[in-house]
Design a protein around this ligand. Structure first.
Ligand SMILES: Cc1cc2nc3c(=O)[nH]c(=O)nc-3n(C[C@H](O)[C@H](O)[C@H](O)COP(=O)(O)O)c2cc1C
Length: 167
């Protein structure tokens, strides 16, 4: 969501779950607009369509941005691990010229490869912690749809309920 209330969306690569949690991990650049938007509204919804099984999943969840200087050692480590898992081509994008500025010269896009063990300050780990999942299965006549909700009573517990609903 943009600060003025208009919607925003982008394609991002799912980078596995944070170990031993349901939180989804993404690699994002601190200079991107989504970072400002998360500060304003720390919620996101992602949509996945699996064309082989013809299933749509929409996951609504709370967002956590893990930046340089993160206090929580587990999250700091997760940021480091994700940086190490990126390819050189993935890492170097974080030292490309400032996003949204007028197009720079080509050589500015070929800086030296960043250190694989030292995340650049621009590199952030973004987490989405799902609280609702809307699952639509197109197969079947009629189609099937389920709504999963996570109880908000005790955030330390993962208690989910499921309800079959009309598509
Ligand atoms: C196939 C594909 C994969 C992408 N993966 C990512 C990603 O993992 N992380 C990311 O920040 N942007 C990714 N992008 C770019 C975003 O969609 C978006 O253009 C960019 O992050 C700038 O967004 P913002 O400034 O509006 O936040 C990807 C784009 C495409 C087309």
């Amino acid at each position: 969501m943009r600060p003025d209330g208009r919607p925003a969306n982008r394609t991002i690569v799912f980078r596995d779950y944070l170990p031993d949690t349901n939180q989804l991990q993404f690699a994002v650049d601190r200079r991107s607009l989504k970072i400002e938007q998360i500060a304003h509204q720390p919620w996101g919804e992602l949509c996945w369509y699996f064309s082989d099984t013809r299933e749509q999943f929409r996951l609504l969840g709370q967002l956590t941005l893990v930046q340089e200087g993160q206090d929580d050692p587990l999250l700091d480590k997760a940021r480091q691990v994700l940086w190490q898992k990126l390819s050189d081509a993935g890492r170097v994008q974080f030292s490309w010229p400032e996003p949204r500025e007028p197009r720079a010269e080509n050589e500015a896009f070929h800086p030296p490869a960043p250190d694989p063990n030292m995340p650049l300050p621009q590199f952030c780990l973004l987490l989405l912690d799902p609280v609702e999942v809307d699952h639509l299965e197109l197969r079947g006549d009629p189609q099937n749809r389920w709504w999963y909700g996570r109880s908000q009573d005790d955030p330390t517990q993962e208690i989910w309920s499921v309800q079959a609903i009309n598509p």
